[in-house]
Design a protein around this ligand. Sequence first.
Ligand code: ADP
Length: 450
Amino acid sequence: MESLEAYRRGTVRVPDLPDDTRTDDQALYKALVASLSEMGEGLMIIENRRFSFVNEAICLMTGRSAEELLGWPSFIFAFMTDERGRIMDNHLRRLSGEAFLPCYETAFEHRDGHRVEVEISVAFLHTTLRAGVVITVRDITQRKLAQEEIRRKNHDLQVLSASLEQKVLERTAELEKANRELIRLNQVKSDFISIVSHELRTPLTSIKSFAEILLDDADKQDIGIRKRYLSIINSESDRLSRLITDVLDLQKIDAGKMVWNDEILDLCEIAQSTVELFTPAFRDKGLSLSLSIDDPHMAIYAESDKIRQVFGNILSNALKFSDAGEVKVELKRLTDTPSGQPIIEMSITDTGIGIPPEEVERVFERFYQVDDSQKRKQGGTGLGLSICKDIIEHYAGTIKVNSALGKGSTFVILLPSVDQPRKKLGEVLVELGMLTHEELSTALNEQSKN
Ligand code: ADP
């Protein structure tokens, strides 16, 4: 060990013992000092507040030579500034005979300024020749670092275990939610099956009863009655067929088996042709049907048949549930949207019977019909709007209804717009400045005459 070596080399001075000390006591004393040094323990003696002895370990811990330390007017300078008050206090207590700390942790200030954590134990030195304290010093920097590391790891472990507990709680809550959803879906499924069976049986029962009447008294019935019964059978068969188509559609959507043949669609063209298709039926009922479009280029990415199905369903409801007035279809492009992506708004407003406020949300539920007797009169299935909602939501859109009882309803559909469909050659030529608007319309007029 360096300190033992230093002692052997004589570079560490061991304080002298009185001359009359026995030789073997002298030897024992020096061996003790040397062995302390060899263990790396610091040893210092303080007399009159000054160092009167320091071993090599103290020199290593403070980064100073024994000569420098012994030359200091006070031992206190070896300690960190923030420790000095406490040490002096303890020292003075000892001097005045009060209770003092015989062993405690403190810190040296190394020559280069860094903190050296130490544990010191203080013992009296009181002989006829000397009075002071003998202090043994242990460098506990490594121990402190290890403690700090353990503390940090413990803290990390606590954080980890808290976050694990939190995760377990979250996961349990998710599983409970999924479980509740599963129970709900199961319930919806069994409700659906019982409603479907009931709804199928109703038209089937009337078809069967009227067919039986026709068969039983076939010879006696007059032609008018037969015709009436046959037309009931016919319309009930239509209802049955609509119901089956709707149920199959819903089942396909639910099972993810619906085929979506999507492409870029010109929504204006779809609205125009659907309105044209419905115009005669509206006219027959004395209702007016109008279409207004604020931008002739409105494109969405969807399947034409599915969008026509949505339009058709809402228009046929407007027709069914209005006895007078007008139905307006409006198409608008909304550009000031939160996402910045343009949205197309389609609204269909009627002046029909309206929907009671408490039932407005429920019209999109499966088999929901506002009024049972009305339903029978109109012969719907209660599935149309539910299918419309599924279709619109499949295309990342929304559908809702605003209604006032006795005044009418407005169904509003929002769908994300995509790039405009390819422009016609004539429009591109106008944009390029190769044709004027007038030239284009003259050319189109010529074309239509031919
Ligand atoms: P249905 O085949 O019965 O029309 P829908 O799902 O299309 O099924 O509509 C569900 C119910 O919502 C209808 O039965 C009706 O009570 C109500 N409803 C739908 N559209 C309108 C409307 N334009 N005016 C008043 N009520 C409506």
